[in-house]
Ligand binder design. Sequence first.
Ligand code: PMP
Ligand code: GLN
Length: 388
Amino acid sequence: MANATDRTPPLQTKFPTMGTTIFTVMSALAAEKGAVNLGQGFPDFDCDPKLLDGVIDAMRRGLNQYPPMTGVPVLREAVAAKIEALYGHKYDAASEITITAGATQAIITAVLAIVKPGDEVIVLEPCYDSYVPNIELAGGVVVRVPLTPGTFRPDFAKIGAALTPRTRAIIVNSPHNPSATVWTRAEMLQLQDLLAPTDVFVISDEVYEHMVFDGQLHQSAARFPGLAARSLIVSSFGKTYHVTGWKVGYVAAPAVLSAEFRKVHQFNVFTVNTPMQYGLASYMASPEPYLQLPAFYQRKRDLFREGLARTRLKLLPSEGTYFQCVDISGVSDLKEADFCKWLTTEIGVAAIPVSALYVDNDDQGIVRFCFAKKDETLRAALDRLAKL
Ligand code: PMP
Ligand code: GLN
């Protein structure tokens, strides 16, 4: 018999229905089956060696101890300067920019900072899979509003109908994962007008801000004074500089919101690793890497789309991000999740079922591929997909 002191007390799980995130599940299946992994979003190529040099240099210069809680000043200043240059809004680097351990930590920290138990938070489905559990962890009530089926555009009548006196915040994401839509200026103005008479905060997830195609502009919340005043804008260096594993991001928000954000940040991560921050700061001295990113990814998108167009998969638009969604109805009657398993196992290409990014697993016969891959990887995937 177990000694009483060895007994693990019974656990009342806070998340009875939660499984493992779809990105981990599909990457594991891709590895097990030797499939080309176009599921989880990450590049299979390396970053610019100059960026590595900056980090190594910082380590060798002895910049290896705790940085300031809010991030190293040179990086905060580089971020503020970039936002001002691109979007015309001046954030104070000292009081309005905070460096985070990637966007995922930024989002949960923002949610914990502003959502009180019982507050309603609007999410637009499908959405990145951390939003809903983050709101639940804060004791908030998740109010799900679907993006328009088929086009994934925001439906402002539905968003307006979801607003109540208890609405504390809305989480928006453009360029959008998984649909690859990019909100227009008109849509951002509609959001601004809708929220103007309210006290609702915006968590604006802009991690794909530098991946917008066909000459369109990223419409950051920072461009719209009525949104900037109520927004915590989240971004991630992982996406922009091909270093998703470094987990460094930032939040830009008015000083009062940043102060509240930092109260939580200081006690969940306290600080973000120092040499990465110095390396990123010196690399940001040139805007070239992020200015050339749209052309870099647009070429990959077009290569991938050309190949997919020869299959019976139906292409949805890809206006931004590094994702391409396809309608599978001409190929299969399977549910998206089963199709993705079949595609990984039998065809040798992993994808993400969009239904996994809805709480109720709404199935529209659409799956997501990531094209942040070497051309040879994309060609290998296309060779396999040509069978469809
Ligand atoms: N938001 C969205 C929409 C994403 O796609 C991602 C990428 N995983 C994140 C947030 C998280 O970014 P990070 O890897 O910097 O935590
Ligand atoms: N954001 C990436 C995606 O959507 C992956 C992030 C993750 O694995 N959590 O694929």
